[in-house]
Write a protein that binds this ligand. Structure first.
Ligand SMILES: O=C(O)C(=O)C[C@H](O)[C@H](O)CO
Length: 305
């Protein structure tokens, strides 16, 4: 069995629905990636999620939901002193903004126990984490998590980092930039978004973004760029450019990057080329942003995209 693990925080999600109502679900950037990866990878891959939740009813319900999605819960620690976080999506013309209630969530303790981290990371073929995974941790937790990922990488795990910038979750812009560099520094594959890299590092072109992460040791960098051309570089295949399909109407951009990451990593994990991986990633993201909420089961109903 091959093993794919995503690490971070899953929250209760309140997504706007018709008639001023909200639909309650469960989501979180790295969990969304796990959820899409589960639908893309064949059965000889296990897809797991690594996090910490509480021991209360909502944490039990969340675990039940995760397991029901076919996602392995063995890497989920229970913390009786804490519970899970919550976020609400607000939409304006298809662009989303988030309000969070996650200050004391159990997932903030993800980096607290290096022995537990080593145990859950051992034997994983691919491990994905994000800028949000790091942002929610205290400084010592960030360092401990990156050190554990570095040890896993040395044992042969492919580590993937989605930079996913959320300035409000970081202490300040300087700490955020340092955190992103630390995360990228332990990763084989880095998946940044160009607009965020411009904001955090003042990049002029996607090639600046690629150069920075290559310099930190990445072997593959896929720069997402909304509706614009996606620039990808890999050590084995060199430069690749992909012009994403036109999306007639963006309904909700939530999880665009998360689903792109799932499409890209699932294809690469199965030995597909950068071109195939980018095509699968961009096609999936294009479908996801035409649906409300982070997880869109309806797009899989008539077969795999
Ligand atoms: O913003 C976050 O922390 C989330 O995980 C909420 C969303 O699901 C995520 O941002 C979508 O990418």
């Amino acid at each position: 069995m091959n093993r794919f693990l995503c690490l971070g925080e899953i929250m209760v999600e309140m997504a706007p629905a018709e008639g001023g109502l909200f639909h309650m679900g469960y989501a979180g950037d790295t969990f969304n990636t796990a959820w899409y990866a589960r639908r893309l990878l064949p059965d000889d891959w296990s897809v797991g999620y690594g996090t910490a939740v509480g021991t209360d009813q909502v944490s039990d319900d969340m675990l039940g939901f995760i397991a029901a999605q076919g996602i392995d819960t063995q890497a989920i620690r229970r913390d009786p002193a804490r519970t899970v976080g919550l976020y609400m999506i607000s939409l304006a013309n298809g662009e989303r903004s988030f309000s969070y209630w996650r200050g004391q969530s159990a997932a903030r303790t993800l980096g607290d126990d290096p022995a537990w981290l080593d145990a859950i990371l051992t034997g994983q073929d691919v491990v994905q984490f994000s800028g949000i995974t790091l942002a929610i941790l205290p400084p010592a937790g960030r360092t401990a998590l990156c050190a554990a990922l570095m040890r896993a990488r040395a044992r042969g795990t492919h580590v993937a980092f989605d930079t996913n910038l959320r300035p409000r979750l970081w202490e300040d812009a300087k700490t955020m930039a340092q955190g992103l560099l630390m995360g990228a520094g332990v990763a084989d594959t880095v998946m940044p978004s160009f607009d965020e890299e411009q904001m955090a590092f003042g990049d002029i072109t996607p090639d600046d973004t690629i150069a920075r992460y290559r310099g930190l040791g990445a072997t593959c960098v896929a720069v997402k760029n909304g509706a614009e051309i996606c620039h990808v570089w890999s050590k084995d295949e060199g430069d690749y450019r992909y012009d994403p399909p036109m999306v007639p109407k963006v309904v909700d951009s939530t999880a665009a990057g998360d689903s792109f990451g799932a499409g890209f990593l699932a294809a690469r994990a199965q030995g597909k080329s950068v071109a195939e991986a980018t095509g699968q990633a961009a096609d999936l993201a294009a479908k996801v942003i035409q649906q409300r909420g982070a997880l869109a089961p309806q797009i899989f109903q008539k077969g795999t995209p």
